[in-house]
Design a protein around this ligand. Sequence first.
Ligand code: HEC
Length: 136
Amino acid sequence: MKKGMLASVVMIAVFMAACGGGSKNDKATEGAKSETPAAADNSMVAPGAGAPASKGETLEASLDCKTCHKVDMKVVGPSFKEIANKYPATDENIDMLASKIISGGSGHWGTTPMTPHPDLAKDDAKEIVKYILAQK
Ligand code: HEC
């Protein structure tokens, strides 16, 4: 209940800020004050909270991709932004990258290989690629 309230207060604040309105700031602050200052639980207010996640994003989040990839920072593998900038979202690229996620491999970014993901369905892999290629 409290978490839910906090999340909606934050969402309202974000929404207001996004719309350029400042008049409701008092209300948001009031709401925040009534919450215990205890360790802010940010789990409900991840960046982009409120925006419905695409299927590809949800799939990606449920897999091991994040151990090696972040949206805007190179980890073991290239960042999703780098990938999006390298490949235009054409059918051939989406198909090629989906196969690469399933079979793994190296050579396009260096010698570090990506682990294969044989249990991933091709269509799901394509959804993930579409999500990645949208991260420009
Ligand atoms: C063990 C670390 C690791 C994991 C886990 C991993 N990747 Fe990768 N990924 C890499 C590396 C390293 C590369 C660069 C491969 C190359 O040089 O061709 C890469 C490359 C890619 C590319 C670009 C491929 C190309 O040919 O340019 C995509 C797209 C990608 N990964 C998506 C994913 C997705 C989606 C997942 C989760 C299902 C995932 N990766 C999991 C390490 C990883």
